[in-house]
Design a protein around this ligand. Structure first.
Ligand code: SAM
Length: 259
């Protein structure tokens, strides 16, 4: 009798443990569900952002000379988690098609501009790209999905540090960050297949021209500080001569530094 009672108690305990573990497993699934539905929410917002970029491309086709961009550019913008590149207080606006403040008086560029500049570089899977103006690291992260290696320079030490940590956290291994004045480029890593400058200069920095490979492309806003600038696409021919095409008027924060 005693033995049967013990046996029943053991069975009861086993059943209880089973239900407790089941509850833990179900809770686990439930919380995973909550996480993935949060991710789903961002996905929907990202898709909305990509749709707005597509519409902007069509609206600006007379400037950029085409009604669409390379499909991979849209694919990558639909994948990179922009909300992880902005401060918490502006995170709800992360997927709006406009620039947002990232601290230190700087901005993360408008998604349409990120898409357009990426497209103008015609990135290839083996390319090595130099970015001047890391900021949040978003543009570099977009490029890193499309090319072999990105070198990015940021003049504000805290932004450079934050971006480096962000890349490590996100497991992006093909971006190198340097703190410094990007006017002078990154001579020991060049020459580069493409150079993208995400701050406005009043002239094209000669060191960047020197560090551009023959056949390479540079995308840079040039014009007065705190005014409208022209986004330029500069191509270096195989004989070293430069071709410059004005793309469209833009407004960027200035390229600072002692140069
Ligand atoms: N590409 C950035 C992103 O995805 O968030 C946005 C760049 S923000 C519009 C311009 C950045 O250029 C700022 O972070 C600014 O500090 C940086 N900058 C300005 N002058 C610079 C210079 N001489 N060298 C390197 N970075 C510079």
């Amino acid at each position: 009798m005693m033995e049967r009672h013990c046996h029943q108690r053991r069975k009861h305990a086993i059943r209880q443990r089973f239900f407790t573990s089941l509850a833990v497993v179900l809770l686990g699934f439930a919380s995973m569900g909550a996480t993935s539905s949060r991710a789903q929410d961002w996905t929907a917002q990202r898709e909305g952002m990509v749709a707005e970029i597509r519409a902007d491309v069509v609206a600006t086709r007379s400037y950029i000379g085409k009604g669409s961009l390379q499909p991979e550019v849209f694919t990558v913008l639909g994948r990179v988690p922009r909300h992880l590149f902005v401060p918490a207080e502006v995170q709800p606006d992360a997927y709006e098609n406009r620039p947002l403040p990232i601290g230190f008086g700087q901005t993360i560029s408008q998604p349409y501009i990120v898409a357009l500049m990426t497209d103008l570089l015609t990135p290839g899977p083996e390319d090595m790209i130099l970015e001047v103006g890391t900021g949040s690291g978003y543009q570099a992260a977009v490029l890193a999905e499309l090319v072999g290696q990105v070198h990015t320079i940021e003049i504000i030490p805290e932004l450079a540090r934050q971006a480096e940590k962000r890349f490590a956290r996100l497991g992006v291994a093909n971006i190198q960050v340097r703190q410094g004045d990007g006017y002078f480029g990154w001579p020991d890593a060049g020459p580069f297949d493409g150079i993208i400058v995400t701050a406005a200069a009043d002239h094209v920095p000669p060191p960047l021209v020197r560090q551009l490979k023959e056949g390479g492309r540079m995308v840079i806003p040039v014009g007065h500080r705190f005014s409208v600038q022209q986004l330029l696409l500069i191509t270096k021919d195989n004989d070293g001569t430069l071709q410059t095409r004005q793309i469209l008027p833009v407004r960027f924060v200035p390229l600072t530094g002692e140069h």
